[in-house]
Design a protein around this ligand. Structure first.
Ligand code: NAP
Length: 235
């Protein structure tokens, strides 16, 4: 059986692990960002490899045959490290969201620009997770952060939790009297609800655009990644 390294941290990675675990020796890899990650159903290692060179050593030592990068669309460093590997590899990057005509999005290139676009008197909902907040530290706006693990420091009001339905997101944004939503253009179905809620409430959304894609083959879905791997199962 071929050995497949799956760079995980997304719903797509879970789907790929489940679909390929009987056809490959799948080893999943997590960054270790969350304290209680959900089980991927395959042997899973945790923590950085030590850059592109560390990943190369891992691939060599473990005898990895194939590499699927199914990390989050904004995990640009991990994608670049994966793209530097010489074994057959694939990136799974789900399509970004696009704004409907009645959606008031301010599109910015990065988190620093998002912080600059946020007015001082705003009440912001930062849907960024707890580890991507540095650009907002010291910002005069009132800022609510939702994540699994509490952010450090006292710049933010913390709400523990995960994305909900449009009704739940609307209730949260209304209840917290939010004026601006700040999020990345992550794509996918689960995370869209907060933008739909912001639209329903007529709020401004400050949306961070995607980083440049890595070089090499890219597919948009877990299903396409599974097909790519299965086509190489018997080589
Ligand atoms: P990043 O900036 O590209 O990654 C920073 C470093 O973390 C990488 O250089 C690598 O360290 C390590 N790393 C990242 N993903 C890894 C993985 N799957 N296995 C082992 N090491 C990994 O990415 P990030 O934005 O910090 O995200 C970290 C992880 O969280 C990603 O795996 C991503 O899928 C997941 N995630 C991120 C987001 C998000 O919003 N960015 C959302 C959901 C899930 P070395 O260079 O030392 O190997």
């Amino acid at each position: 059986m071929k050995r497949l390294l799956l760079l995980a941290g997304t719903a797509e990675a879970r789907q790929i692990a489940a679909a390929l675990r009987d056809r490959f020796e799948v080893i999943a890899s997590l960054a270790g960002a969350t304290s209680r990650p959900s089980d991927l159903g395959v042997p899973t290692r945790t923590g950085g490899f030590g850059g592109a060179e560390g990943l190369r050593r891992h691939v060599e030592t473990e005898g990895t045959d194939l590499l699927i990068d199914a990390t989050h669309p904004f995990a640009a460093q991990m994608k670049a490290n994966a793209a530097a590997q010489a074994i057959p590899r694939l990136h799974v990057i789900r399509p970004p969201w696009s704004a409907a005509p009645d959606e008031a999005w301010t599109v910015v290139p990065d988190l620093e620009a998002a912080a600059r676009a946020l007015p001082a008197d705003a009440r912001a909902f930062l849907a960024l997770g707890g580890r991507h907040l540095d650009a907002f530290r010291g910002h005069p706006a009132a800022m609510v952060v939702r994540s699994i693990d509490a952010p450090t420091g006292d710049d933010f009001t913390f709400v523990r939790g995960a994305p909900g339905s449009v009704a739940e997101e609307t209730a949260l944004l209304r209840g917290r009297r939010i004026s601006h939503l700040v999020c990345r253009n992550s794509g996918g179905t689960a995370g869209r609800a907060k933008l739909d809620a912001a639209r329903a409430l007529g709020l401004t959304a400050i949306v961070v655009g995607r980083p440049a894609p890595p070089p090499g083959e890219i597919v948009e879905t877990a299903e396409a990644a599974v097909r790519w791997a299965l086509a190489r199962a018997g080589d």
